[in-house]
Design a protein around this ligand. Structure first.
Ligand code: CMP
Length: 139
């Protein structure tokens, strides 16, 4: 599998609970290289735009208000088989179902406040990374 990229956000719950350092450490220790990274805060409008794919879902309103409730860390990560390996590292969307040792099992509290986002495909990784970063931000 060729080296490729995924996109992540360390979500407001994990930032507020002081887990930025531990989560970045787990990510780097798992062999991911940071291509781009930003500490920022989404407005409700930008959060709505980022999660527009979930617009029809019942949880959309709560998701948008949670993701704009505090600062996040956005990053593009590179590794062989990046999307799949990163989803294995973070664990199931609902931390109650996340495997032992995964980031969500260790740091997440609920399906809403689930510590991290990980892209679900190479195509979405590209779209999501470009939502935050230009070509000049990627190293
Ligand atoms: P994320 O991978 O960032 O993408 C959408 C988010 O919606 C997801 O993580 C969860 O935090 C949140 N969410 C809340 N309820 C649900 C649900 N029932 N199914 C999937 N995602 C949900």
């Amino acid at each position: 599998m060729a080296t490729n990229r995924t996109f992540t956000m360390i979500k407001p719950d994990a930032v507020a609970n002081g887990h930025i350092g531990a989560i970045l450490n787990d990510i780097i220790a798992s062999g991911f290289r940071i291509v781009a990274m930003k500490y920022t805060k989404l407005s409700p409008e930008k959060a709505g735009e980022f999660y527009a794919v979930h617009k029809e879902r019942g949880f959309y309103g709560d998701l948008v208000s949670f993701m704009s409730s505090g600062p996040i860390v956005a990053a593009i990560l590179e590794k062989t088989n990046a999307v799949e390996d990163f989803r294995a590292l973070i664990g199931a969307t609902n931390p109650a179902d996340a495997a032992e040792g995964t980031i969500r099992q260790k740091y997440a509290k609920s399906i809403d406040a689930n510590a991290v986002h990980g892209s679900d495909s190479d195509e979405n990784a590209e779209i999501e990374g470009n939502f935050y970063f230009t070509a000049f931000d990627k190293f």
